[in-house]
Design a protein around this ligand. Structure first.
Ligand code: ZN
Length: 115
């Protein structure tokens, strides 16, 4: 192999190594909460907060994990939260002045497990 090609190959290997390094942080060790029925990833630990309601509360959901459904029951508009994997009822979405998203995902403790 010529010296030039060898150098090109080394350069390519370094580039691939760099790409691998950039990709790794997305496989973070952050704990994830998932659906208790199907294990679908729903919430990240970093978005959990203490709401004082007694319900596990989050201010954002993970990716496409949670499905929102508008409810008009008891004469009140509410947004129901369902698992994107199996459709299990998770809880409800409420406005909240104190969170970064101005939302609170009020979750039934029995609907989620730490993955
Ligand atoms: Zn599920």
């Amino acid at each position: 192999m010529s010296c030039f090609l060898h150098r090109m190959e080394r350069k390519q290997q370094r580039r691939e190594a760099r790409i691998r390094l950039q990709v790794q942080p997305s496989f973070s060790a952050e704990p994830i909460y998932g659906c208790s029925r199907c294990g679908h990833a729903l919430f990240e630990e970093s978005t959990k907060f203490e709401s004082g309601t007694g319900f596990p509360s989050f201010w954002a959901h993970k990716g496409e994990g949670v499905v929102q459904r508008q409810l008009s029951t008891y004469g009140r508009e509410r947004i129901q939260l369902l698992c994107g994997g199996c459709g299990q009822h998770l809880g409800h979405l409420f406005p909240n002045k104190h969170t970064p998203s101005r939302l609170r995902y009020c979750i039934n403790a029995a609907a989620i497990v730490m993955l």
